[in-house]
Design a protein around this ligand. Structure first.
Ligand code: COI
Length: 371
């Protein structure tokens, strides 16, 4: 049976002028709305105690197994205010299913899709004033999380879990507009191996990436690019984003958008999947293939590969302009945002923000327009 959410509104909502000030120019993931969703799972009762409560700290046992053995997964999606005043999110059933896949991989209980969707709906309904105005880039970033709460030092799947959703009005993930980012090809560490947890949105994948991210920053780069664990040759992803490569040009009508094939160790991004479809809708050829670093460098040098980009919910779509590694560095498209990248970005964001038709039924209304 579907969960019925109890709503407990805060007695101290953020004053309107303070909220308006935050919404004028939100950073990424710095400020949180007035409420959050909480749901509990226990072995005896399954999913229970679904509620919207005031945003705030919660207490957990120091023995909670998440703190010791790291059983935690999350999702990321955005709610957009559309020009007609309604609030919609984008392909949330994909996030619901990926949350279930991640849960299965980590031996955690699966939250039914309808409860995942309802959790988003009730939270955004209560906090609808926190969704940034239509017409801009900003949106309300939604972060569903599940973690193990059983107080035990035994190494086994927890017998209880807490699921919550928080919301954060968020602008661009990368500051400075649509400016190409620089990437560091990581050869010292691996993010995920076949049979590991790379295809799950598992918190530990992100923890394991931080050292390399720091190394990338020390090399003057914005992000790290991960290679496959076996050959250390094939490009996988950027940790928080997938990668795409553009071959050919619009002038020659031979554009091909290529992304690393899902190897089992890279995350199947919703933005990645959507962009492959948008590229086809724009008349471009698409392919999911294995690509080596050498091929990236050589294809750029030979003028075959014209653009590269990173994509994800938080980052949306960002050009990759400089590629650095122990072997040297090269630029893609003269370190400028490419025309195909911008065309893909505009086509996708226009659907997300309700400024274009939605031929694939990707928008999902959370709060209808008021008449
Ligand atoms: C997202 O794009 O939503 C992500 O999950 C990346 C993130 C870790 C910032």
């Amino acid at each position: 049976m579907a969960l019925d959410f109890e709503i407990h509104r805060t007695l101290h909502p953020t004053p309107e002028d303070e909220r308006a000030e935050i919404l004028r120019d939100p950073a990424f993931g710095q400020v949180f709305t007035d409420h959050m969703v909480r749901i509990t799972w226990t072995q005896d009762s399954g999913w229970t105690e679904a509620q919207v409560v005031p945003y705030g700290d919660f207490s957990i046992s120091p023995a909670a197994s998440v703190l010791h053995y790291g059983q935690a997964i999350f999702e990321g999606l955005k709610a957009y205010r559309l020009p007609d005043g309604s609030i919609a999110t984008f392909r949330p059933e994909q996030n619901a299913r990926r949350f279930q896949n991640s849960a299965r991989r980590m031996d955690m209980p699966e939250l039914p899709e309808e409860d995942f969707l309802e959790a988003l709906r009730v939270l955004v309904d209560v906090d609808q004033d926190w969704v940034p105005a239509a017409g801009g880039e900003a949106a309300l970033y939604l972060r569903p999380v599940m973690f193990a709460t059983e107080p035990t030092l035994g190494v086994h799947a927890s017998k209880s879990y807490s699921m919550f959703v928080i919301a954060s009005p968020s602008g661009a993930y990368f500051t400075g507009g649509v400016k190409p980012v620089s990437v560091w090809i990581c050869q010292d560490y691996v993010r995920a191996a076949p049979g590991g947890t790379g295809a799950a949105k598992f918190a530990g994948n992100y923890a394991a990436s931080l050292k390399a991210q720091t190394q990338a920053a020390e090399k003057g780069c914005d992000q790290v690019v991960w290679l496959d664990a076996i050959d250390r040759t094939y490009i996988e992803e950027m940790g928080g984003m997938n990668l795409m490569f553009v071959y050919g040009s619009a002038a020659e009508s031979n554009v091909k958008v290529v992304t690393p094939a899902l190897s089992g160790s890279l995350l199947p991004g919703v933005t990645r999947d959507s962009l492959l479809q948008v590229a086809e809708d724009l008349g471009f050829e698409t392919a999911e293939e294995r690509i080596t670093v050498e091929q990236w460098r050589d294809d750029v040098a030979q003028g075959k590969m014209t653009e590269a980009l990173a994509c994800g919910t938080a980052a949306v779509l960002t050009p990759v302009g400089r590629v650095l590694s122990e072997d040297g560095e090269f630029e893609v498209n003269g370190n400028e945002a490419g025309t195909i990248t911008m065309q893909l970005r505009e086509a996708l964001t226009a659907i997300q923000h309700g400024e274009a038709d939605d031929p694939h039924g990707w928008r999902y209304v959370l709060v209808p327009a008021k008449n």
